[in-house]
Design a protein around this ligand. Structure first.
Ligand SMILES: Cc1ncc(COP(=O)(O)O)c(C=O)c1O
Length: 383
């Protein structure tokens, strides 16, 4: 079997380092908060801000104090907490792409605000500033651009539209951690960046986890308070919050994996380049990656000519024991959960078309050349 991801191989590679890190947490019996979480947040901040490759403690002082990395319980909670901190709720609107994972819209609805779904660009599959601009109303409070499959939207253009209308920009970087836009890392492209450490993500833990990044010290304090039951000090609750903390054991595991992330991203990009070169261009369209963007290749996705052709390809992949993913079979505006907002089929045609034709194939960093040759032969129907 060639897996869409292969976390067993990853574990085999980093086993000693991981087991040492886990054993240290167990020996310290410090499972919530503590030094290991602080060290991971320091390393995260350094990585994303690009101040140094992987931070050692002494680097912490050298870092700009107005950029904050805050570990939390998941990518979903990261988005939820930022919306909470912004006070978004009943009567507010938040602009969200229709072609993304459910969380991006779910968090808006959970707070009683309305997700306003917009279509994505037919070439890049991410939202454009023009579409954001058209969707803004007097009720709009924020926009959540998503770095789908690891490719970043034009964040400067979106930020300019947002500034004009005085709305917040929250980057959903669950799939784009490690990607770059104009030499800047994903999560450092707006006032708020949110990512996920779900195991299959470019930086994945051994369970759920996430992080919030912000350039605002005021919001950083608020977010730390909200993710810890609104506590300013123990058992003194200034706001209604949640338990949204990142477990110390996850932080220790992620800190090990962060050290290997750039090598993994390099391997993903090499695999993607081979696919770009060798997959049949007459049969499949690929996601357009703008020249100022370096993708994290969370997924390598093919757009088939039709839904029927995708089904045929799936049958071939199954026959040859090759993993695949369909991200996502139903765009958000047509999900039953969001029925009450009244969107009709045909209203966001690009997202609807992509939902019928997209398919992701293995691009993970532990794919061997022989395995990739097999995937290429099967996808090109030459196996
Ligand atoms: C675009 C996007 N946003 C948010 C999330 C939510 O992350 P988590 O699963 O850590 O809650 C995901 C996870 O798949 C995602 O792909």
């Amino acid at each position: 079997m060639i897996g869409l991801v292969d976390l067993k191989r990853q574990y085999a590679c980093y086993r000693q380092e991981l087991e040492r890190a886990i054993a240290e947490v167990m020996a310290e019996v410090s499972f919530v908060g503590g030094e290991k979480l602080a060290a991971f947040e320091t390393a995260l901040r350094a990585y994303v801000s690009g101040e140094c490759r992987v931070a050692a403690d002494k680097n912490a002082q050298a870092m700009r104090s107005d950029f904050h990395a805050i570990g939390c319980s998941s990518g979903t909670d990261a988005l939820f907490l930022v919306l909470m901190a912004l006070g978004i709720g009943d009567g507010d609107e938040v602009i969200v792409p229709a072609y993304t994972f459910i969380s991006t819209g779910e968090v808006v609805a959970l707070l009683g605000a309305r997700p306003v779904f917009i279509d994505v660009n037919p070439d890049t599959y991410v939202i454009d500033a023009e579409a954001v601009s058209e969707a803004v109303t007097a009720k709009t409070k924020a926009v959540i651009p998503v770095g789908l499959f690891g490719v970043l939207p034009d964040m400067d253009a979106i930020t300019a539209v947002a500034a004009k209308h005085n709305i917040a920009v929250i980057e959903d970087a669950a799939q784009s951690f490690g990607a770059k836009y104009n030499e800047r890392r994903s999560c450092h492209l707006a006032m708020f960046g949110c990512t996920s450490f779900f195991p299959a993500k470019p930086l994945g833990g051994a369970g759920d986890g996430g992080a919030i990044f912000t350039t605002s010290t005021t919001y950083a304090h608020k977010l730390r308070c909200l993710l810890n039951h609104g506590q300013s000090q123990r058992y003194y609750h200034d706001a209604v919050g949640i338990n949204g903390r990142l477990d110390t054991i996850q932080a220790a595991i992620l800190n090990v994996k962060l050290r290997h992330l750039d090598n993994e991203l390099k391997a993903r990009r090499l695999n993607a380049a081979r696919y770009d070169e060798q997959l049949d261009k007459n049969r499949y369209t690929r996601q357009l990656i703008p020249s100022n963007v370096i993708s994290a290749y969370a997924q390598y996705s093919l757009c088939c000519e039709s839904k029927r052709m995708r089904t045929v390809l799936i049958e071939r992949l199954k026959k040859h024991d090759i993993g695949y993913g369909i991200y996502y079979p139903i765009p958000l505006h047509l999900q039953r959960a969001f029925k009450s907002y009244g969107y009709k089929k045909g209203s966001l045609p690009v997202s609807e078309q992509l939902a019928e034709t997209m398919l992701s194939i293995p691009v993970h960093p532990f794919l061997t050349a022989a395995e990739q040759d097999r995937v290429i032969a099967v996808v090109n129907d030459r196996a």
